[in-house]
Design a protein around this ligand. Structure first.
Ligand code: IPE
Ligand code: IPE
Ligand code: MG
Length: 240
């Protein structure tokens, strides 16, 4: 297998971390057992990504559609991260140069979760390493709809002309406005769909699908995805 070329590391990688539930089921355990292992694994993948110079890692943790799941699972997903952030991520904030961000709606999250996330964002805001962006209550259609409403309001209030609306303006009204273009989109667990993640941002990203469930998607497997990415020929509509 080819080696990872450290001079050509993608700037921005996204992961649809999927398969936690099935991973647990295979072990005869409840779904939340899989979420817990997925969270531990995310820590390892993020540390590895940081160590090799990935600048942005955007991970799908909870979609706007995931509220449809049974109450006990939603409660687990909304409450456990608070404990988890306090117990582990705090030490990551203190011991690594990872910068934390959250993308997604903030108005429907439990107060405690939002508070823990905002503390983590604040504590790491001057960090210069990887930006680990957690997509929570994130839906790409919701994000685009919100951007359209904001732009329409500015037009109505004569702060903006219709002729000012262009691709950059739309990009700059998304949660990811300060992020570099998305280079690589990974989905684990053998599903071949996007499930409402980063629809605008992925226009020219490369895709990598793997059957591995997220709790088993170790840094080594992440590295394999990057090696595969480095073999791609990105043309962006031109000729190369
Ligand atoms: C991904 O794992 C994590 C979340 C969506 C919260 P799933 O919970 O979707 O696991 P599967 O797909 O049911 O195995
Ligand atoms: C997508 O996974 C959302 C996250 C990984 C957070 P799902 O498991 O919710 O997606 P579907 O329902 O299989 O499309
Ligand atoms: Mg799933």
């Amino acid at each position: 297998m080819a080696e990872l070329d450290l001079t050509r590391i993608p700037n921005h990688v996204a992961i649809i971390l999927d398969g936690n539930g099935r991973w647990a089921k295979e072990r005869g355990k409840p779904r939340i057992y899989g979420h817990r292992h997925g969270a531990f694994n995310l820590r390892d993948v993020a540390k590895y990504a940081n160590s090799i110079g990935v600048k942005y890692l955007t991970v799908y943790c909870f979609s706007t559609e995931n509220w449809k799941r049974p109450d006990d699972e939603v409660n687990f997903l909304m409450n456990t991260p608070v404990w988890y952030i306090k117990r582990f991520w705090k030490t990551m904030v203190e011991n690594t140069n990872i910068r934390y961000k959250m993308i997604g709606r903030r108005d429907r999250l439990p107060k405690k979760l939002l508070q823990a996330i905002e503390e983590m964002e604040e504590a790491s805001k001057n960090h210069t390493g990887l930006t680990l962006s957690l997509a929570i209550d994130y839906g790409s259609r919701d994000e685009i709809t919100t951007a359209v409403k904001k732009i329409a309001t500015e037009v109505k209030e004569n702060k903006l002309n219709v002729s000012d609306i262009n691709e950059d303006l739309i990009t700059n009204n998304l949660f990811t406005k300060d992020y570099p273009p998305l280079d690589l989109m990974i989905r684990t667990s053998g599903e071949y769909r996007i499930s409402n993640f980063l629809l605008w941002q992925l226009a020219y990203s490369e895709f990598y699908f793997t059957n591995t469930y997220f709790p088993d998607f170790t840094p080594e497997k992440f590295k394999e995805a990057l090696i595969d990415f480095q073999s791609r020929n990105r043309r962006f509509g031109g000729l190369k």
